[in-house]
Design a protein around this ligand. Structure first.
Ligand code: LMR
Length: 394
């Protein structure tokens, strides 16, 4: 049965974590997988989450099944975090999913059921898991140009030119904020132009929102997608609580469908539920119970918002700290683009060979595509990491 299976291809991000763990060097630095770390190098449990955990432990009286859609109070609350006051609630539906990856897969499966020949357009580059998930759902994948290696910013003209080839029935996947891996985001004007193209050419936007709150702030990071949601007939969206609630291992996320009308949204939800039933039946409850507890308790909600904005501010400080170190070493603004990038990641513009050199010579682990996780840095490591980047980037 299994003898013909090929050797496994390692996941480029998850395999890095294993290699890092096995590296005996004491001054090694993990800038690989996208997790937030504090100045002590820990990924802490947020105080709001700890308090919610106490409440859940004290009040939860059963571990009986919840339902195929997960916790409906979680679904309603997380939709509010993402969409705010956008007037789409009467034509949308939400299900809880195992992380945003689970949401991506469920929505990919829904697209395949709705139209097996669907082509999904991904940015080049995009999150390493986008293409495998969409292909596993049986969809075709094409790419649109996104990142300019010269400016280290979004090449908006090239992006729009490629997206304008997406036609009726195609799907265009956009990162809601904090683009993974580049850190280069589109501005509100570009969101408006893509919205215009969606309406003119008939493609469906699909938003992956995994880092809300880490860019310019919880509300600001959603302005673009909210504008789009209000102004298109149909849209798909998946969101994650891994990063902004620090619930990585609890696998907590949601998938949302905005339809032309309430009936379409309800039918899409019905189909999503049968897909969930034949995949995992229902999502794990614990993370969603914590998020619901936080979002429905004004004290915990304010605490969570405060903690998240402190994390966001620390990321900004780390970015400018790294830039300053690099400026002082290089006596140039060559790496100033790091300051303009948003969220956890930055693409340095290094080749796979240079990333290997960073890892082998300096014990600095970034992804082979040139991505480093700014949130993996600590203040004390900045001079060391800057020196290494400058040496490799010579
Ligand atoms: C990342 O890109 O590092 C994270 O989103 C973790 C993952 O699931 O790959």
């Amino acid at each position: 049965m299994f003898s013909h299976l090929p050797e496994p291809v390692l996941d480029p991000i998850l395999s890095l974590s294993v290699a890092y763990r096995n590296d005996p060097r004491v001054d090694k630095v993990d800038l690989g997988i996208g997790v937030y770390r504090n100045s002590e190098g820990q990924t802490p449990i947020m105080a709001a989450v700890e308090k919610a955990q106490e409440i859940v432990t004290q009040t939860q009286k059963t571990k009986a099944y919840v339902g195929l859609a997960g916790c409906e109070e979680f679904n309603a609350s997380i939709a509010r975090v993402v969409l705010g006051d956008t007037p789409v609630y009467d034509r949308m539906s939400v299900i809880q999913t195992p992380g945003a990856s689970g949401g991506l897969r469920m929505l990919g499966d829904l697209l395949h059921v709705a139209q097996p020949t669907t082509t999904v357009w991904l940015s080049n580059p995009s999150y390493v898991n986008h293409q495998p998930v969409m292909e596993a759902a049986g969809l075709q994948v094409r790419h649109y140009r996104y990142f300019s290696p010269e400016t280290k910013q979004v090449d908006v003209a090239a992006m729009l030119e490629d997206i304008s080839q997406a036609k009726q029935g195609d799907v265009v996947l956009l990162h809601g904020c904090c683009h993974n891996p580049t850190g280069a985001d589109i501005d509100l004007d570009t969101w408006k132009l893509v919205t215009e193209l969606a309406n003119k050419n008939g493609f469906v936007p699909f938003i992956d929102l995994a880092y809300q709150g880490f860019g310019d702030g919880l509300e600001q990071d959603a302005y673009g997608l909210r504008y789009m949601a209000e102004n298109v007939e149909e849209m798909l969206l998946t969101t994650s609580c891994s990063k902004n609630f620090g619930l990585y291992r609890e696998r907590t996320g949601a998938a949302m469908v905005i339809g032309k009308n309430a009936r379409d949204a309800a039918n899409a939800k019905g189909k999503l539920l049968t897909l969930a039933r034949s995949t995992y039946t229902m999502p794990p409850d614990h993370g969603a119970a914590l998020v619901k507890t936080i979002l429905t308790n004004s004290e915990l909600d304010s605490l969570w918002r405060r903690e998240l904005s402190e994390m966001q501010q620390r990321l900004k400080d780390l970015r400018s700290g790294l830039c300053n170190e690099l400026r002082n070493i290089q006596l140039s603004d060559k790496f100033d683009f790091i300051l303009q990038h948003k969220g956890m990641f930055t693409v340095l513009g290094f080749t796979a060979q240079q990333m290997l050199q960073l890892r082998e010579e300096f014990g600095i682990y970034g992804v082979g595509d040139g991505r480093i996780n700014i949130a993996g840095l600590s203040e004390t490591q900045l001079p060391y990491v800057a020196k290494a980047i400058a040496a490799v980037g010579e």
